[in-house]
Design a protein around this ligand. Structure first.
Ligand code: GYE
Length: 331
């Protein structure tokens, strides 16, 4: 027994010595990587994949990072578990791309108690203009970087008003996953458009969860039931792709029989704007990696990054769009 204990102690001492000897910290050139835990919504769309790639490229080993990526498959519970794991591992920073706006307080308290800054990207938490504050009025997250989804939706509605004037519109609304800022903002805009334009009718509204497959199913089912409509307001490009497939399968021509309005402006969707299949595509920029990198660098220097950073975004229609413009975009 005693012999075993001595052996174990010797082994432990040896391991410790070799760990020290071989440790990178012995190398004066070496600085430990900054460890970032990134809880990503999922891989539901081209936007999301471009966003993940952007984060991986910016927070790369070459840039001095160790990025721990967790794909939550669009489940908030999985994100909360991921955040707890990051806290447990003692990461230096947490980046959260939240599925929905609500339900983050407890885990944010836990991150703060552990002294880990939390950077929120893409969708908001707490809703438009509301900051989650603790009982002392202190914010529960460090900063947020993303899009103004209500403004995006308003741009789409303005385009519809300008383009169709008094023409009666029969609209099918494909929504993103309920409770996400992208869904809430874009839906609020269409609701305002419906209220302001009595000649617009909402024919059907359903959530396609931002996915091509669900959207294709929704539009296919409506067409099979003989429902007629002339506009699809798709809250992202992938749902527009699904809608286009379903329209084509039913012998309809997107852009002629049915106009499609979409969000994100991925390269694949912009190609469809060029061919006339998508009529209006509102930009939603996913390239947050360099923005997060900048914020982390500011925090490392002891500076205070802005609480909210909104990304500038445009609108694409066939007017003025060229292949060169599409090719030069980063996603
Ligand atoms: O529009 C959609 C994605 O939150 C901005 O989520 C994001 C949205 C984006 O899946 O394609």
């Amino acid at each position: 027994m005693k012999k075993h204990l001595i052996m174990l102690l010797l082994l432990a001492a040896l391991l410790l010595l070799s760990a020290c000897g071989g440790s990178p910290s012995a190398d004066p050139e070496y600085t430990a990587p900054i460890v970032v835990g990134f809880s990503q919504v999922g891989a539901e769309s081209d936007w999301r994949n471009a966003n993940t790639r952007s984060m991986q490229t910016a927070l790369s080993a070459a840039n001095g990072f160790r990025l721990i990526l967790d794909d939550a498959q669009q489940k908030k519970e999985r994100q909360i578990t991921a955040l707890r794991n990051f806290i447990h591992q003692g990461v230096d920073y947490i980046v959260l791309a939240p599925t929905t706006e609500d339900g983050w307080d407890t885990v944010l308290y836990e991150a703060r108690a552990a002294g880990i800054p939390v950077i929120i990207i893409d969708r908001m938490i707490y809703g438009e203009g509301q900051i989650g504050l603790d009982e002392n009025g202190e914010p529960l997250f460090t900063c947020w970087i993303g899009s103004d989804f209500r403004t995006q939706g308003d741009k789409a509605v303005r385009w519809m008003e300008d383009t169709f004037g008094d023409e009666p519109l029969h609209i099918v609304h494909l929504q993103g996953n309920y409770g996400s800022s992208a869904q809430i903002g874009r839906t609020a805009s269409l609701d305002a458009g419906l209220a302001a334009n009595p000649h617009w009718t909402l024919v059907a509204r359903d959530s396609g969860d931002f996915t091509q497959a669900k959207a294709q199913e929704i539009i296919g089912t409506l067409l099979a039931r003989g429902v007629s409509f002339n506009v699809i307001f798709a809250e992202n490009d992938n749902m527009a792709y699904g809608a286009i497939e379903a329209l084509k399968a039913a012998g309809l021509t997107p852009g002629v029989d049915v106009h499609i309005i979409s969000f994100d402006a991925n390269q694949r969707a912009l190609e469809m704007v060029l061919t006339g299949e998508i009529s209006c595509n509102v930009e939603c920029n996913p390239l947050h990696g360099p923005r997060v990198l900048e914020v982390i660098m500011q925090l490392e220097r002891g500076e205070t990054p802005p609480r909210y950073t909104y990304v500038e975004e445009g609108v694409f229609t066939i007017d003025g769009l060229t292949q060169d413009i599409i090719d030069s975009r980063g996603y």
